[in-house]
Design a protein around this ligand. Structure first.
Ligand code: SF4
Length: 360
């Protein structure tokens, strides 16, 4: 019997966002959303490149106006990763961006004004082979559903909202669908996804929406998405932060790695520090982690430890480690002591040894 605490992955259909598979047995992907004015082509294209460099695999771009839709094809042409167009209400914008290179439409069919418009969007998406993501947000549920659930966007109300949108697409025999059910709190989000997971086999995009600043949102996303992923629910994720999209991607990858759902990247072990600390551990670990991201250190384990008590043990176990001492540090490479270095030189020498290690 397996000792893994992970539930086997929920079996879903597989869809493709551009060339990226989502669902089925495809790796769980990390995505983000641009935060520029979409009409600003240069800024948006640059941001997408920066996201991709940080590990973003699918990017969403909001298309709120016809002017944004005009720029959209050029954004897609320049993007190294598939672009999802985020549309609210205006089905004509959906038709325009589908012609303009969108790899997926995020649009809620119940909000676009009737089944004839749903049919127009579905026909277009079908002819282009692009999926539609239904994105239910706990903050903007249909008023009839709020009435039905005593004014509250309960998990049941969110799941029912998703099913209403799904039925509008299925009525047109469209099944190239993925779904998100986001609320700003963890418990409601988790429950909503659990309910819907029993009702459909479409892949899920996971996220906690409006989750807060980097500190709070990282915690809430890690807990919420972590619970669902451990239950086998989730096929692509977005960590929403009031902060840089690159940070969203890095958090997303680390979240997946922590559940062994992703390989790649490096692992940095660092101690919390205590009264025995004899070096400036916080700055040292932060600087080393940041710089390690600039070298291809996939699969390596690094350790940055504060003192001679637990430090040498962890530092020896890592591919490369340093154990702080009194104004100095002991550098270890795969269990072997390399040398003693002055505190001021630890970061530079550590990074040079890391580069040597990955080049070897
Ligand atoms: S390695 Fe040393 S400084 Fe770091 S937490 Fe352990 S005892 Fe404290």
């Amino acid at each position: 019997m397996s000792n893994s605490p992970m539930t086997p992955r929920r079996i879903t259909r597989q869809i493709f966002i551009g060339g990226v598979p989502v669902g089925g047995n495809a790796p769980i992907t990390v995505q983000s959303m641009t935060k520029t004015d979409t009409r600003d082509l240069e800024a948006t294209a640059k941001q997408i490149y920066d996201y991709a460099a940080a590990g973003c695999e699918i990017v969403r771009v909001s298309v709120p106006t016809p002017d944004a839709a005009k720029v959209f094809p050029e954004i897609c042409a320049r993007s190294p990763i598939p672009v999802v167009a985020d549309i609210h209400f205006d089905y004509k914008l959906a038709l325009a961006v589908a012609d303009g290179g969108a790899a997926c439409l995020r649009i809620n069919p119940g909000n676009i004004g009737g089944q004839d418009r749903v049919k127009a969007v579905v026909d277009k998406a079908g002819s282009k082979g692009i999926p539609i993501r239904i994105g239910v947000n706990g903050g903007s549920l249909e008023s009839e559903l709020l009435d039905k659930f005593n004014g509250h966007a309960t998990p049941e109300a969110m799941a029912e909202s998703a099913m209403r949108h799904v039925e509008l697409l299925e009525r047109e025999n469209f099944h190239n669908i993925k779904i998100s059910l986001k609320a700003s709190d963890v418990i409601r989000t988790v429950q909503a996804y659990r309910i819907l997971a029993k009702q459909v086999d479409y892949p899920f995009h996971l996220g906690i929406t409006e989750a807060g600043t980097v500190w709070g949102a990282t915690i809430r996303s890690s807990v919420g998405l972590g619970i669902l992923l451990a239950e086998g629910i989730g096929d692509t994720i977005r960590v929403s932060l009031t902060g840089a999209g690159e940070e969203e991607c890095r958090v997303g990858h680390e979240l997946l790695r922590s559940l062994c759902l992703r390989q790649g990247g490096f692992r940095l072990i660092s101690c919390p520090g205590c009264g025995r600390l004899q070096v400036d551990l916080h700055n040292l670990a932060t600087e080393i982690e940041k710089e390690l991201q600039t070298i291809n250190a996939d699969g390596y384990t690094f350790a940055v430890m504060g003192c001679a008590v637990n430090g040498p043990g962890e530092a020896r176990e890592a591919d490369l480690g340093v154990a702080g001492g009194n104004g100095e540090g002991l550098l270890f490479r795969r269990g072997q002591l390399l040398r003693k270095v002055k505190e001021a030189d630890i970061a530079a020498e550590f990074l040079q040894e890391a580069q040597n290690l990955v080049n070897s």
